[in-house]
Design a protein around this ligand. Sequence first.
Ligand code: URA
Length: 291
Amino acid sequence: MKPPDREQVACALLAFYLDAGVDAVIDEIAADRLDGAAAKGSSAARATAAIADSRPPNAGRAIDRERPVVGRPGHRESVPGPAAPTPPSPDAAVMAAREMARSAGNLDELRAILERFEGCALRATASRLVFADGNPAAPVMFVGEAPGRDEDLAGLPFVGRSGKLLDRMLAAIGLDRSCAYIANIVPWRPPGNRTPTPQESAICLPFVRRQIELADPNLLVCLGQPATQALLGTTDGITRTRGRSFAYHTGAREIRAIPTFHPAYLLRQPLQKRLAWRDFLTIKKALASGG
Ligand code: URA
C-alpha cells in the first residue's frame, strides 16, 4: 500500500486537532509547558516572578515564534532558544493574583495589573482583556461568567446576544449601562467559549473580588450559577439561589447580593424569563431602598 503523502498526513492531523476542540493556533512549535518547571524553583519563586513580570503582552510568544528550527524534515529537533516563560503553578498563580489584586489602589490600577498578569493561560488565547463596562460609580454591579467571542472582539462584557438581553432586562427596571457596572469572574475569553475551568476561575477570583471592593456598589447581582457559586460560596444550583438575598463581604463592608439566571440561559430557556422578571423586580426594590 502506498504510504500517505505529507499533505494527507497534515490534513488528518488538522482534522484531529479540530475534533479535539482546538480553535486557535498560538505557536508553530508545540511548547512543553512542563519541561524545566522543576528547574525554575519553587512555586512561590514562580509566583514572585509572575508578580514582578511586567513585560508587554505577548512578549514571550513573539520570542517562541522566532525560534529557529533545524534538522531533517520530520526530525523534531530545535536549537534551544530563549527559554519560553513557564506559567506558574495554579496555586502560585492564585497567590500572585491575591497579592497583585490587593496592591491595586483603584480600578485603573487593577485593570493595568490585569493587563500585565501572566498567571492565567486564557490570556494567551484571548484577543484582549475584557475588564468592565458601565459606570463604576453605579449603586449596582452585575457579574457574569466569562467573555464570549463578541466580547473578546469588543473588549467589553455582555455586548453579544446575551448582552442585548441583559440591556433589555435592565431597561425593564429603568436602568441602563450609565447606572450599572458590569464585569465577569474571568476577564479573558476561554477558547471556543468553553466554560472556564475551576482553576482559571480561582486564579481570576481575587481580581473580580477586588474590582467589587473598589467599585463598592450597594448591590451585587450574580448572573448565573458559576458567578453565584464563585462569589457567594454557594453549592446549590441557580434555580434554588435565584431571587434570594445573600450577604456579600467586599472586604470593606457587607452588601446585599442577589443571584439571577444568566441571560444566555434565558435565551435557551425563554420560559424562565418569568422568574428572572421577578428577580429584577427584587433588584429594583433593593435599589430603591439603598441596596
Ligand atoms: N457571558 C458572560 O458571562 N459574560 C459576558 O461578558 C458575555 C457573555
